[in-house]
Design a protein around this ligand. Structure first.
Ligand code: PLP
Length: 382
């Protein structure tokens, strides 16, 4: 096959589809010169709350700030502990540490890459009685677009009296086996509108969903420096506001989200068929798909031993791919003082060494997918 270029993500076809609508709504904002919060942001909040099936949603400046704000509103601070996974984007643990709290890591399930309830329970039980009292919350991450097992994790949270902050940055519209949406089950759900997420803005943005009116109100106050009423502060918050421009653009894109999700799911099904036809199923591990709704923010394969060589091969053949994530969080240099060591979380470490994300964006063509699988086949034949 002649060389093709298959980027990991190409947002231009999506923009061509919505260009006129985006120009119209952004132009209205330029004419109004109203850039901060306002009706565009509250409009998107209502739309996202409805989409995620929650009572409230609070627009914020990024997915990272969504996590920070949710934890702040839940009073997580100095000396507290928060249970989470070491196999996630940095912000999951970064938000905990920035508030003066400490992450307590527990290993992932090898098939789903999500926090394993058994490991989470064991990590809590291993704490000293004094530490146990300081555990305030857990942050399950719905990695790659598939929900973490919130039934079992929720039961654990109830036993230990923990708030559950869902890191749903990669999972807008994902559903568990009971049809419940990401961000609607825990105490709060955190979303990101970073451009590479399934619902991305034209810059940074995010949202926190919740069902509790008081929590939503607290987050709205903390989002503007804790100011309530204006210039009177009972709380120290920050500037966590979502721009009207981003809200207007994300609102346009939200109307296409289910169509784009269907495109990603169809591409995932095509990969599964092509890998089976190429006889590659025993060479690579395909993503496990549970009974819920997987929205495929990423299509991640597992390549024992030869992952880096395959990545180099694909890049040299014009196929974009990426390692999410090469260093598990417990081994990040900035968290060395937490005292974790190599070998502490074998499944997270093995995932970091073996996983590779392939292009899965909705507009990917059949030819491009054939090309990707063909390049992987030639790699294993060589
Ligand atoms: C992207 C992401 C975030 C952070 O979102 P930003 O909008 O980039 O700040 C947090 N957690 C996970 C799992 C993510 O993928």
């Amino acid at each position: 096959m002649t060389q093709m270029i298959v980027p990991l993500l190409d947002l231009k076809p999506q923009y061509r589809q919505i260009r006129e609508e985006v120009r119209r709504v952004t132009d209205e904002i330029y004419e109004s010169q109203q850039f901060i919060l306002g009706p565009r942001v509250s409009g998107l909040e209502a739309e996202v709350a409805a989409y995620c099936r929650t009572n409230h949603a609070v627009g914020v400046s990024s997915g990272t700030d969504a996590l920070l704000l949710a934890l702040m509103a839940l009073d997580v601070g100095q000396g507290d502990l928060v249970l989470t996974t070491p196999y996630s984007f940095f912000a999951t643990a970064g938000a905990i540490v920035r508030l003066g709290a400490r992450p307590v890591f527990a290993d992932i399930d090898a098939d789903s890459y999500n926090l394993a309830p058994g490991a989470a329970a064991a990590a809590l039980e291993a704490l000293s009685p004094a530490s146990r009292r300081r555990v305030k919350a857990m942050i399950p991450v719905h990695l790659y677009g598939q929900m973490a097992p919130l039934e079992a994790l929720g039961a654990l949270a109830e036993t230990w009296n923990l708030a559950v902050v869902e890191d749903a940055a990669q999972a807008i519209g994902a559903e568990d086996d009971r049809g419940r949406r990401a961000g609607s089950i825990g105490t709060a759900g955190c979303f990101s509108f970073f451009p590479s997420k399934n619902l991305g803005g034209f810059g940074d943005g995010g949202m926190v969903t919740c069902n509790d009116a008081e929590l939503a109100e607290r987050m709205r106050i903390l989002r503007v420096h804790g100011s309530h009423p204006k210039y009177h502060h009972h709380l120290v918050g920050g500037n966590f506001r979502l721009d009207a421009l981003q809200a207007a653009i994300v609102s346009v894109k939200l109307r296409y989200l289910d169509q784009w999700t269907a495109g990603r799911q169809a591409n995932a099904a095509t990969y599964r068929r092509l890998f089976a036809e190429a006889g590659l199923e025993d060479r690579i591990g395909l993503p496990a798909e549970g009974p819920g709704r997987h929205i495929y923010n990423q299509f991640v394969i597992r390549v024992p031993r030869r992952r880096d060589a395959l990545r180099d091969h694909l890049v040299s053949r014009g196929v974009g791919c990426e390692i999410y994530y090469p260093v598990p969080l417990h081994l990040q240099p900035c968290f060395a003082d937490l005292g974790y060591e190599e070998g502490d979380f074998p499944e997270s470490e093995r995932a970091a060494a073996e996983t590779l994300a392939l292009p899965i964006y909705p507009e990917l063509s059949d030819d491009q997918q054939h090309y990707v699988v063909d390049q992987i086949r030639t790699f294993f034949e060589a």
